[in-house]
Design a protein around this ligand. Structure first.
Ligand SMILES: Cc1cc2nc3c(=O)[nH]c(=O)nc-3n(C[C@H](O)[C@H](O)[C@H](O)COP(=O)(O)OP(=O)(O)OC[C@H]3O[C@@H](n4cnc5c(N)ncnc54)[C@H](O)[C@@H]3O)c2cc1C
Length: 403
């Protein structure tokens, strides 16, 4: 297994599931969706049991770069081309709402997780992208979203880089340490009465009268309410959902004196992304160098993607040429054909729910999705927007057809 820079911390695992148990609600998966759900259920008086295959935040949540960016990382002008102007604005507002929800949780529970609303920088890598970004910035401003266009010189100064073209500074975006956020929120939900079992891969879920029974090697749990928050692994339990696993690879350079900003940075239409976090500079991307091999749920890194990442860093960030690579890791995302998540009742069942498929942008909507499900299951309140519904008709986005 690869280990992200964030997961490289002491963490005593919780016991696994043993024997036969019952619970008012069961959540499969303890990433940002599962732990978010446990919180929103606890807030409504239901103490769930979270069943996790690995450890809390051991999936994509513990392997992401913690960038809270609006607009799904896509340039606004491109989003408008695919979704139309109204929907593109609605998606950006949704991302901002999700960000506000994260920030609210951090404040309310005083979660120490390096959360900062430091803004994002999206830099053009070639003239066509710079032009798309210039247009995007104008369109975002017209639609009421705060952003500023930075010309190449200012952009490179802000990035601590050389060679990028101009791009967009978005002040409302942010960064966080997802492992700390989700593990600390997990403690909050345990204190509120929820249970969490780790190292318990669920092998099967089945109907048992009016209930569901969830079976793992060490035991089983029967529940009237089942939530599937296992993201890229969801197709193993519900094969008919339009989700595909896609691997993302990252690496960390030790650079205590780095001039890189501690903010969300992106380029090449979101394909490459990076940030500083304390004494590390973290980079992800170059999935296209791995081709079809990156459509995988296998947690490994590959030579071609990792060398492309290092070459990119050495070319654009000369100050990092002497910095050693300390961590290389991968994580598995769940992609949907149009890039937005699937949220709602599975097969229309009143007691089986799922939220998955954030297509590399969990901070775009995962906490909101968790709240929508809790409200729907416990209060019958359906706030899930049409663009995120599990059974919506989907048009495949051309930019998501290849890894
Ligand atoms: C390299 C990389 C970089 C990323 N960067 C960003 C970023 O900067 N910003 C952003 O917004 N998003 C980013 N993402 C995407 C983001 O991490 C995900 O969208 C988000 O973490 C999904 O959260 P989740 O809880 O739904 O899934 P996960 O965190 O994957 O959690 C699912 C959990 O379910 C468990 N599970 C699976 N099957 C079973 C089973 N059968 N039984 C029990 N448990 C099971 C898994 O072990 C896992 O812990 C990135 C992803 C990757 C891989």
């Amino acid at each position: 297994m690869t280990r992200s820079v964030w997961l490289d911390e002491d963490n005593a695992p919780r016991p696994g599931l043993e024997g036969k148990r019952t619970a008012d609600a069961v959540i499969l998966g303890a990433g940002m969706t599962g732990i978010g759900l446990a919180h929103f259920l606890a807030e409504r008086g239901v103490a769930a049991l979270v069943v996790e295959r690995d450890v809390v935040a051991g999936g994509a949540t513990g392997r992401n770069l913690g960038l809270l960016v609006s607009g799904l990382g896509e340039h606004y002008a491109c989003s408008i081309e695919f979704w139309g102007r109204q929907q593109a604005a609605a998606i950006t507002r949704l991302n901002l709402q999700n960000h506000a929800l994260v920030s609210e949780l951090v404040d309310r529970f005083e979660i120490d997780c390096g959360y900062r609303r430091a803004g994002s920088l999206t830099a053009g890598i070639h003239a066509a992208e710079e032009e798309d970004l210039r247009r995007s910035c104008r369109l975002m401003q017209e639609d009421g979203f705060a952003c500023t266009f930075l010309e190449a010189e200012e952009m490179n100064r802000a990035l601590g880089a050389r060679g990028f073209l101009g791009g967009v500074y978005t002040p409302g975006d942010g960064v966080v340490n997802s492992v700390q956020l989700v593990r600390r929120l997990a403690r909050v939900v345990e204190n509120a009465g929820a249970g969490i079992v780790e190292r318990t891969p669920v092998r099967r879920m089945a109907r048992a009268g009016a209930d569901w029974v969830v079976e793992a090697a060490g035991g089983s749990v029967t529940t009237p309410l089942l939530f599937l928050a296992c993201n890229a692994w969801l197709p193993l339990l519900c094969g008919h959902l339009p989700l595909r696993p896609v691997r993302g690879q990252c690496c960390a350079f030790a650079a205590p004196e780095s001039s890189l900003p501690e903010m969300a940075c992106l380029s090449n239409y979101g394909a490459e992304y990076w940030r500083r976090a304390g004494g590390y500079c973290l980079f992800g991307g170059f999935r296209r160098f791995g081709g079809a091999g990156e459509e995988s749920d296998s947690d490994r890194v590959t030579e071609n993607v990792q060398s492309a990442l290092v070459e990119f860093v050495h070319g654009y960030f000369p100050l990092l040429q002497a910095a050693p690579v300390t961590h290389r890791w991968s994580g598995i995302m769940a992609y949907t054909p149009d890039g937005l998540p699937l949220v709602g009742r599975v097969n229309g069942e009143k007691d089986l729910y799922a939220a998955a498929g954030y297509t590399g942008h969990g901070y775009g909507s995962a906490f909101l999705a968790a709240r929508w499900l809790a409200e729907l299951a416990l209060e019958g309140k359906d706030e899930i927007p049409a663009i995120c519904r599990i059974d919506r008709p989907m048009r495949p986005s051309p930019s998501l057809q290849e890894s």
